[in-house]
Design a protein around this ligand. Structure first.
Ligand code: ADP
Ligand code: MG
Length: 560
């Protein structure tokens, strides 16, 4: 009789609940696959070089977990590099595509940094382990993705608020239905069954799955594409952005400027002046500085040690070389340091009109030379800007470089708004001004000088090859160093938000339809009632719809 039915009901309900939990686990493991794929990049063993100090060195393979900082590790041709470190013997080319997206192998010599999980080509070398275990670059990436997958999107607050109201309302409806059924003279068992049916069909368990499963899938898909989204909030916000601000050097341009002309007041001193500039720049991490040093080396000029080195971010550098006070930087920086640069000013204007950056050199307070640096615009940058426009997003170029240079670069990639000659500390102020106008702003940058602006923007996007601080300050890291990933991230975000909204719809659909039915509202007219088991099935069905919808996100394809 009746008792038997109750046991059956209870049994089926528990089965449905377990089924829902299983679905959740499946969805989680699906999303977790992206992380697994990342971790599988690391080789399982490392070839340790031991005892070289006490006689012939022995080499043994050890599990990668046992590698310690300071260990010497041999990497043979074709092998994966197990942990991060620097080369101490030998040389080779290393394919770093899995970390940087750069297809061309990178030359490694003694002193070069190597990154775990990258693949050695034909050479063989020994390197000293410097970062192992959870400190490696790969482990940090994995951690970022994991943290992002567990974080909450702002849209979830909405879901939480709704369920905070929804739950007490449902309990009231269930209690009211129970009392009304009793009042109209039905048995306590029937009234109780209706009470239970209302509670079950209204249970918003699919609601708890709606946002997190889509966030996990979204960040997982991003990670596979080399787009590291550090949190659910960033995943949501970047889809709402209407303005993207780009840094110039290293972001829109390749960031490997070349010295194309050396314009000296005194032609005979060309090599001497370049050597002085390079010796001064040797202390700076700026891409322009590296290029100046590179240019001097390619002319076989010897660098001299410098002292009193001082960098002025976004302006230039200063140092004492061979007893001379050397200044390299923007014209306004040199002028501010008391150098009269007017004699070379006119010549400078001629270069900056052609999208080239002119570095001004002063020696002992005298204008000495202009180093004309030409940096190429990244491949695909113009298309990326166009596609952003297509998504309804306008682009702005923000740079510390000269206005004319900036405008020339902007016109090459199709950017109409240029904010130039901005000091690093002003970059975040400019972002703040844009935000104050009511714009939703993403900032894309790579340099140390971009870090505050990345923090200030609604969403900070760092280019993967950039400085560590930039990567730390950003909400999204584009590992592959590809500008196209900016609009891909926007598309992924919008896709994920669409899925979340669909999920919320599915999560509430069965409940809202089911509640009046379960409460017996239609009974007097149609004789319809909802059996608790059917209510349980409907509840499970909403979880199925939600999880299936999220798992199908793996079909995401960016527009290009
Ligand atoms: P961006 O905004 O394009 O990344 P920065 O703000 O880093 O550029 O630099 C702005 C300008 O300051 C450069 O175009 C250059 O003229 C000057 N500058 C910055 N750092 C250096 C340096 N190390 N050596 C010479 N000039 C520099
Ligand atoms: Mg830069």
């Amino acid at each position: 009789g009746g008792g038997h039915l109750y046991y059956e009901t209870a049994g089926l309900l528990i089965a449905f609940i377990l089924f829902g939990k299983t679905l959740e686990t499946i969805a989680k493991s699906r999303a977790g696959r992206a992380i697994e794929a990342l971790m599988e990049l690391q080789p399982p063993t490392a070839r340790l070089v031991r005892g070289a100090d006490y006689g012939p060195a022995t080499e043994i393979d050890v599990p990668v977990e046992e590698v310690e900082v300071g260990d010497l590790i041999r990497v043979r041709p074709g092998e994966k590099i197990p942990v991060d470190g620097s080369v101490v013997e030998g040389s080779s080319a290393v394919d770093e595509a899995m970390i940087t997206g750069e297809a061309i192998p990178v030359e490694k010599v003694v002193g070069s940094q190597v990154v775990g999980a990258t693949v050695n080509r034909t050479g063989s070398f020994i390197f000293k382990a410097e970062r192992v275990g959870t400190d490696t670059a790969l482990a940090r990436i994995v951690r970022l993705v994991e943290e992002a997958q567990g974080s909450k999107a702002p849209i979830q607050n909405l879901a939480d608020r709704v369920s905070a109201i929804f739950v007490p309302v449902v309990i009231c409806i269930a209690a009211a239905a129970f009392l009304i059924w009793l009042a109209v003279g039905s048995s306590a068992a029937t009234a109780l069954s209706i009470f239970v049916a209302v509670l079950i069909v209204a249970c918003p368990c699919a609601l708890g799955l709606a946002t997190p499963t889509a966030v996990m899938m979204g960040t997982g898909i991003g990670a596979k594409m080399g787009i590291l989204i550090k949190g659910a909030e960033a995943l949501q916000l970047i889809g709402d952005v209407d303005t993207v601000v780009f840094d110039k050097t290293g972001t829109l341009t390749v960031g490997r400027p070349e010295l194309v002309e050396l314009f000296c007041k005194d032609k005979a001193r060309e090599d001497e002046l370049l050597a002085l500039a390079a010796s001064c720049e040797a202390g700076s991490e700026h891409p322009l500085a590296e290029s100046v040093v590179g240019a001097a080396k390619s002319r076989n000029l010897a660098l001299s040690p410098s002292s009193d080195f001082q960098a002025y971010p976004g302006k230039g550098v200063e140092a004492t070389v061979k007893g001379h006070r050397v200044l390299v930087g923007t014209e306004s920086f040199l002028t501010a340091q008391g150098v009269d640069f007017t004699a070379l000013s006119a010549a400078k204007r001629n270069f900056v009109d052609r999208a080239m950056t002119a570095l001004c050199l002063a020696v002992d307070g005298e204008a000495a030379a202009i180093l004309v640096m030409s940096d190429t615009v990244k491949e695909g940058a113009a298309e990326a800007i166009w596609r952003l426009g297509h998504l309804g997003i306008s682009s702005i170029l923000l740079t510390g470089d000269n206005r004319r240079t900036a405008e020339a670069v902007a016109s090459q990639v199709g950017i109409k708004t240029v904010i130039a000659e901005v000091l690093p500390e002003e970059k975040d102020q400019r972002i703040q001004e844009l935000k104050a106008k009511g714009l939703k702003v993403a900032m894309v940058g790579d340099g140390i000088n971009d870090a505050p602006a990345l923090m200030r923007a609604d969403v900070g996007v760092a280019i993967g090859s950039g400085a560590d601080v930039a990567i730390e300050s950003a909400d999204v890291v584009l590992v592959h160093n590809d500008i196209a990933d900016v609009y891909r991230t926007v598309e992924l975000s919008r896709f994920a938000m669409r899925k979340i909204k669909q999920n919320l719809f599915w999560a509430f659909l069965y409940n809202t339809v089911g509640i009046p039915l379960a409460a017996g509202l239609f009974y007097p007219f149609t004789g319809w009632l909802l059996h608790p088991v059917v209510a349980g099935a409907a509840m499970a069905l909403s979880s199925v719809s939600v999880v299936t919808n999220s798992v199908l996100m793996k079909r995401f394809k960016p527009s290009a």
